[in-house]
Each structure stands twice: as structure tokens, then as C-alpha cells.
Design a protein around this ligand. Sequence first.
Ligand code: KG4
Ligand code: ZN
Length: 364
Amino acid sequence: MTDPFLCLGLESSCDDTAAAVLRMDGASPTILSSVVQGQDALHADFGGVVPEIAARAHAERLDTVTDQALADAGVALTDIGLIAVTAGPGLIGGVMSGVMFAKGLAVATDTPLIGVNHLAGHGLTPCLTDGVTFPFLMLLVSGGHCQFLIIKGPQDFTRLGGTIDDAPGEAFDKTARLLGLSQPGGPAVQTAAATGDPARFALPRPMLDKPGMDLSFSGLKTAVVRAKDAIVGPGNTIAQQDVSDLCASFQQAVADILVEKSRRALAEYFALSPAVRTFAVAGGVAANTELRTALQALCADHDVAFCAPPLALCTDNAAMIAYAGAVQYQAGRRDGIDLSARPRWPLDTGQAPLVGSGKKGPKA
Ligand code: KG4
Ligand code: ZN
């Protein structure tokens, strides 16, 4: 394959069906199109993502989002030089839908195929959006994942720590459900929190008393349930101000936990003595304004550049998959038609797996 080349990215590991076309000119990427079709309405009645419904919707929609991405980019399928598809970790039915679809396209057009780790997609996003160079420290924080990574290359990820149970995005979603707010919960909780008092409820900050960078959010979730029980009035109603105060207190607790653990992760990262110090956030929860502001302040204190990609590229998308696939292909990785879908796929295989299970299945 010669430069420049076009990479088609495909993502279907949770509840977004996405396709994107990326142009790679040497090491320079340009996003020509990025289409994301969410499934919130399909899962709304169930209080969470239903894997079977998600998988079926991906299978039905992958061809239309791909057509749309090609049309938006103004290119034909035959112009594509590489097909990159999320091959895990995630809800296995959805991942299989994407992998099977990508294999069909690859065989039909005789195009190289590469399976991408969804977390590598999020992890390499700062290189795509902001030209961040290796090494950098990343907090990857989403609905299914929460981990600190030192990223030294397209395939070189060292995990410093991560959640031992739930991911913060799940906790945001659960808090929203509990308080009758809309899904996904993160933006709804953030909006309600804007008029709330973050000091009203004394919620726990689990594991801050323990050394290291592992995190836990299940105790915080339980504390929110208890706090809600204390403010429920007659007829199961909760005053609007109480909802706002509880959302603000919860959001503050999440931010406090992530900021303190980030402070510790920065110390480990400094031991590498990088010439340019950069701390990046990615994943859906990185869209949270309060968290971004708090992390930005932490970085300013430590004289570290802070990178928070645009919101549309923080949440699940296929441009990040196309980019991760393209740079890993350039680095020599190859996959064949025997590529398999993986429900779990740790980025840092040198570490013991994290325990727990979340919205997207077992933690990577
Ligand atoms: O990265 P993502 O799109 O999907 C996963 O890989 O999980 O993240 C989705 C998660 C959801 O839990 C959603 O509630 C959360 O990101 N989220 C937010 C915000 N926007 C999205 N959480 C807090 N504040 C936000 N503004
Ligand atoms: Zn994600």
C-alpha cells in the first residue's frame, strides 16, 4: 500500500454504530468523514444496553453508516486501502457484527484488514486530534472503562492502575436513572449539577486511602442510593433542588477521586523524564466539564500540557478506530481473515487483569 492511503474505520462494540474515512499521508491524518448512529432510543425502556438488541441493530445498520461515511468523504469503497474494525473488548455480539461485516468488505474488495483494540482507539485519539507525541499519560474514562495508561507508541501501553469494579460512566448512568433523569446519564447529571451544592451530601471517595492508582466506584454508587432514600418525599417524589444537590455532590466525588489518582499517576509518568510532558483524557466521561476543568488545573500546577480531544472524538466513534488501525498497520501489524472478535482484550498484557464487570462486559 502506498502513501497517501484511505482507511475505513468501523466501530460497533457497545451501543454506537460508527463508520469513518481517514486519509493518512505519511504520519499525517485527516478525518474525511465520521458517522455515529447511537441506539439510546432502542434501549431506553430497559435501563441499560441490552446486548442482543445492540448486536441486531449493529448488523442492520453497519452497511448504511458505511455508505454514509463513504458518501460524506466523497470516495468509493474501491478507493479504500485499509479496513480497520474494532475487534474487542466489548459486547461480543456487537463486536462480531462489526468483524464479520469488515471481513466481508475486505474479501469482496481484496483490501487489507486490521482488528483494533477499542481502548487503543481511545488511547491514540490525542495523536489524531492534537498531534500529541509519545510518550504521554492518559486517563481513559468511559461507560465501560477507567484506567491510567502511559502510552509510548502505537502498540506500547503500560497500565498504571484502573477500576477494580465499576466505571465512572456507569455510575453517572445509574445516578441519573435513580433520580429519574435521561440516559446517557453523564450529560443529564452534569446539567442538574450545575445548579446544585456539591458540599450538601458527604459521599465517599473510595480507595483514596490506599496507595497506587487503582480505583473503585461501586461504594460511591451505593452511597448515592442511600442518599436518595433520605430525600424521597411523599409519592416517591424528590424536590428539584435535592436532585441538583445530589448530582453536584456525586460529580464532585468522581472528580475528586480522578484528580487525586491522576496526581499519583503523574508522579509515575515523571519518572520517565519525557521531553514534553502531556496528560490526556479520553472516553465519554472526559466530556464532563467539571472533570476537565479540575484536571486542567492539576496539569497547570504540575507544568504539564493538558489535552482533552473534542467531545465528538471523546465518545465512541470510528475515526479513532481508523487512526489506530492505520498507525498500527504502518508499524507492521497485520491481521488475516481469521481475525476473531474478543469480549475482553487487555491493552497491557503484562499486567494482571482487572476484576469486575461493567456495561461493556468484563473490564480489560
Ligand atoms: O466512551 P463512551 O461513548 O462509551 C464507552 O466506551 O463506554 O462513554 C459513554 C459514557 C456514558 O456512561 C455517559 O454517561 C458518559 O460516557 N458521559 C458523561 C458525559 N458525557 C458522556 N459522563 C459525565 N459527564 C458527561 N458530560
Ligand atoms: Zn469507548
